[in-house]
Design a protein around this ligand. Structure first.
Ligand SMILES: Cc1ncc(COP(=O)(O)O)c(C=O)c1O
Length: 452
């Protein structure tokens, strides 16, 4: 074994280093977990929940003493983005279903999705009977516009851009492609709440945007989501789909005369408790993002000094919500060696496999780690959507190797979460660990032996 090289050892937040000195782990306790919105929760969230409980009116459309929390949240959230309509729903997954239903996605259609996403994105397409088409990501770790262009067929209905890991993808270019071909652009901003490009918020570049407020997100009520759009007709259809199949008026009453919005509801209405919490979390969002930006860009400043280290391309650093750091290494072996040595230094979180992971191990964010996609499992006994006659011309391969450019990035990129509560000492530990690890692993003799 190369002197100073850390052996691969047992799983867990901290890997015991059994080899001889001089190796000294930099941290003795794990780093805080992801949960950006949670770290700053305080009495304001408690007050908000109590206010709703005391009103005994937990439902948005009526109650003994309605507080109008969901209405207020929708107003405040849409104002924060600069978009006309926001529709609060129960989760990001529900938001995806609501948005795609409003866009009338169905059998015979293809929807272009990135190779790097979360399984819910593909689930929403498949659940509606349409076919997902995998596109490559580029060094933004979001959709590669060139790949998208090459995949458009007469059956393509739209594109889902997923703003991954806190930083925006190239929404302006993808919006232009969508317009050129008459496709819809749905922006999935679940992981990028509060992100922007040149001052314009993500979620407002395409036809429709979705957000998640699940616990790992930049603001949270445990579970929740939102759909946003500037298009009134789309909003009405989304309103109908998330509820019971009919839109509603300002008074909260069902509008049975609004025929263009008729459909079949999914029952994804948000309740007053979550909205009350989210209103507080929305006010905190700028400070949460600022804190993560501070930590992340301290690390990036260090890493920029290493020729062998490539950082994710960020289109607008001011609009990067910074909840993750992606470090691209020259090859898979070096990435693994750096990853293991950082883990040995205690650069881990207590939830296993959520931080300091090589992307290809990052669960169902990676297309080839989604078992039901690999096996083309259907949503019913007929095998919908894969076996539908309307989809007979849409035969795609989802096995590893389908997106070689993305596969290459997955194999040599390390993901680190940047919690919103890192203290100065945490940041110093991260900097010290990276310095030590890069010096050892990238030193000419170790570098050569690792990559051999
Ligand atoms: C990119 C992306 N889209 C959609 C979702 C689904 O959100 P939810 O967990 O709120 O259903 C997530 C959740 O992690 C996500 O990361």
């Amino acid at each position: 074994m190369v002197a100073g090289k850390v052996p691969a050892v047992a799983k867990g937040w901290f890997r015991k280093v059994t080899h001889r000195p001089p190796f000294q782990p930099i941290r003795k306790s794990p780093l805080p977990d992801e949960f950006p919105g949670v770290h700053r929760m305080d009495l304001d969230e408690e007050d908000a929940v109590l206010r709703v409980c005391r009103s005994r009116s937990l439902y948005r459309y009526y109650g003994v003493d309605p507080q109008g929390e969901v209405d207020a949240f929708e107003r405040e959230f849409s104002a924060s983005l600069g978009v006309r309509y926001a529709l609060a729903v129960t989760s990001g997954t529900a938001a995806l279903h609501t948005a795609l239903t409003a866009l009338r996605v169905g059998p015979g259609q293809e929807v272009i999705v990135p190779a790097y996403m979360w399984v819910s994105v593909i689930a929403a397409v498949v659940n509606l009977g349409a076919i997902p088409v995998l596109a490559e990501i580029d060094d933004t770790f979001c959709l590669d516009p060139r790949s998208v262009r090459s995949l458009i067929t007469p059956r393509t209905a739209g594109i889902i851009l997923v703003h991954m890991n806190g930083a925006p993808g190239d929404a302006p270019t993808l919006a232009a492609i969508a317009r050129e071909y008459g496709l819809f652009l749905l922006e999935d901003c679940a992981q990028c709440v509060g992100g922007s490009i040149d001052g314009q918020k993500v979620g407002t570049f395409g036809d429709i945007g979705i957000f998640s407020f699940q616990m790992n997100k930049n603001m949270t009520s445990g579970e929740a989501g939102c759909v946003v759009t500037n298009d009134e007709a789309l909003y009405r259809k989304a309103l109908s789909s998330h509820d019971c199949g009919y839109s509603r008026g300002e008074d909260g009453l069902l509008r049975l005369e609004d025929e263009a919005s008729f459909g079949w509801g999914r029952g994804s209405r948000m309740d007053e408790l979550r909205a009350a919490i989210l209103r507080v979390q929305l006010r905190r969002l700028p400070e949460v993002i600022q804190s993560m930006q501070h930590s992340k860009y301290r690390l990036r400043a260090l890493l920029e000094g290493y020729e062998e280290v490539q950082l994710r391309r960020v289109l607008d650093t001011a609009g990067d919500t910074s909840c993750f750091l992606l470090v691209v290494l020259p090859d898979a072996a070096i990435a693994r060696a750096i990853n293991e040595r950082l883990r040995a230094h205690g650069i881990v979180t207590s939830s296993a496999e959520t931080s300091n992971v090589i992307l290809e191990d990052y669960g169902m964010h990676i297309y080839f780690n989604i078992p039901a996609l690999q096996r083309k499992i259907g949503t019913d006994l007929r095998g919908t959507p894969w076996t539908l006659v309307e989809n007979r011309d849409s035969v795609y391969n989802y096995a590893r190797g389908a997106c070689p450019q993305s596969d290459d990035l997955f194999s040599r990129t390390q993901l680190l979460v940047i919690p919103s509560c890192l203290c100065d000492q945490d940041e110093e530990d991260l900097l010290a660990a990276f310095r030590e690890v890069l010096e050892v692993v990238l030193s000419p003799d170790v570098h050569a032996s690792v990559s051999r």
